[in-house]
Design a protein around this ligand. Structure first.
Ligand code: SAH
Ligand code: SF4
Length: 393
């Protein structure tokens, strides 16, 4: 197996062997992070000999593309790891409303993609293959946990996405490149159960010589792993935190997330979250899944208001319409029902948004990752209530 190009010791050894000057290493990382190059052969500033040697001994992105699905708002990648496991990442293209764009365009202020004005590029990354938490509505949860992703595989998803954007969109008018500016850990897996690798990957995301992203543009989403939130405080991680709350009381929450809620009860979780907001001064984003006749009842909205207004720091809630999961009989509420729920929250003084369902067309919306595999074995999962790892599929 090839070594990771981010393995500083091995790279340094190779540099000495080739009697290269230290700035060459910087040059390699610059090509990777700033010029979105993921093939050593494209690093033409290096000698042919060096390029061949690097290609033979090191890898930049430790997986290959297995499948790619595109819709106007998303591109979903299915990557095959060296061990045959599959992970997924999704690019989300957010466009501005098209208001007088042509005027701005002429002034060179903006960039058009397919006639639309591109605002933001977000990448939804995976942190694990599968997930052990097993939320009843989540497709990834039906896979079970297969393994944690290492740092190279986490940042490799960003490198691959940037390389794809370079090919797809070319350069901007000012000659700069399109790059992922926002990262959300909302793909496969529970990031706080792979804390060390997630933390190290965030280092590359923030580093000036890495992706150079703002802390406010990186979001960790957790189902509520209390020790992980504590570690974020202790380590001063300072990225954004989203909590998948999904329910305003312990009973409903433990029905939706039957595993971790036994130990990490809602009371304890909220105490931890309050400590987080107080110590970091940062607000938390709450996520709340909208499932028909389960989480969409008006009385739950009132309960949510009480819960959120009791928090010491003002918080924001994002309602996520349930996406179909073939291995469980749940449904999405009507748009009307979702809007009524939203209205109750707003009248109660809570700020709320409804997540747009980007990526549905390609089964790439968050929580849909692993869909095909789960679909194939849906009857067995339903009949046994077990995940695919336990069923050894
Ligand atoms: N494990 C982390 C992050 C990955 S899941 C977490 O649970 O927060 C990312 C988001 O997708 C979570 O908010 C999750 O609740 C949501 N999600 C999972 N399955 C879904 C589904 N079927 N429909 C809509 N959202 C879903
Ligand atoms: Fe895991 Fe998040 Fe899916 Fe729950 S919602 S099973 S924590 S990936």
């Amino acid at each position: 197996m090839k070594a990771s190009i981010f393995d500083a010791e091995k790279l340094e050894a190779r540099r000495k062997e080739h009697q290269l000057q230290p700035f060459r290493i910087k040059q390699i990382y610059h090509e990777i992070f700033k010029n979105s190059v993921i093939d050593f052969q494209e690093m033409t500033a290096l000698s042919k000999e060096m390029r061949d040697s690097l290609s033979e001994n090191f890898s930049i992105v430790p997986f290959k593309l297995k499948e790619q699905q595109e819709s106007p708002d998303t591109t979903k990648f299915l990557f095959e790891l060296e061990d045959g496991n599959v992970i997924e990442s999704v690019i989300m293209f957010h466009y501005h409303e098209i208001i007088e764009w042509s005027k701005e365009y002429k002034k060179g202020f903006t960039t058009l993609v397919d006639g639309k004005k591109l605002n933001r590029l977000t990448l939804c990354v995976s942190s694990q293959v599968g997930c052990s938490v097993g939320c009843i509505f989540c497709v990834t949860g039906k896979l079970g946990l297969l393994k944690n992703l290492d740092v190279q595989t986490i940042i490799g998803q960003v490198l691959y996405a940037n390389n794809y954007l370079k090919e797809k969109l070319g350069k901007k008018e000012d000659n700069s490149r399109y790059m992922i500016r926002n990262i959300v850990f909302m793909g496969m897996g529970e990031p706080l159960l792979n804390y060390d690798n997630v933390k190290k990957s965030i280092h590359y995301m923030l580093d000036q010589n890495g992706f150079s992203l703002s802390r406010r543009h990186i979001t960790i989403s957790t189902s509520g792993i209390i020790p992980g939130i504590q570690k974020m405080i202790d380590d001063n991680l300072e990225v954004m935190l989203a909590l998948s709350l999904h329910a305003p009381n312990q009973e409903l929450r433990s029905e939706l997330i039957p595993t971790i809620t036994k130990m990490y009860t809602l009371d304890k979780l909220l105490a931890q979250v309050d400590e987080y907001t107080e110590k970091t001064g940062r607000k938390i984003f709450y996520e709340y899944i909208m499932i028909k006749d389960k989480t969409d009842k008006p009385e739950l909205a009132y309960e949510l208001i009480d819960l959120l207004l009791a928090r010491p720091v003002h918080s924001h809630i994002n309602l996520i319409p349930y996406n179909e999961n073939p291995a469980i009989d749940l449904e999405e509420p009507s748009r009307n029902k979702i809007m009524k729920f939203k209205e109750i929250l707003e009248k109660g003084g809570v700020t709320v948004t409804v997540r747009d369902t980007l990526g549905r067309g390609v089964k790439g919306a968050c929580g849909q990752l692993g869909y095909e595999k789960v679909y194939e074995h849906r009857d067995e999962i339903k009949a046994t209530g077990k995940n695919l790892r336990v069923l050894k599929k």
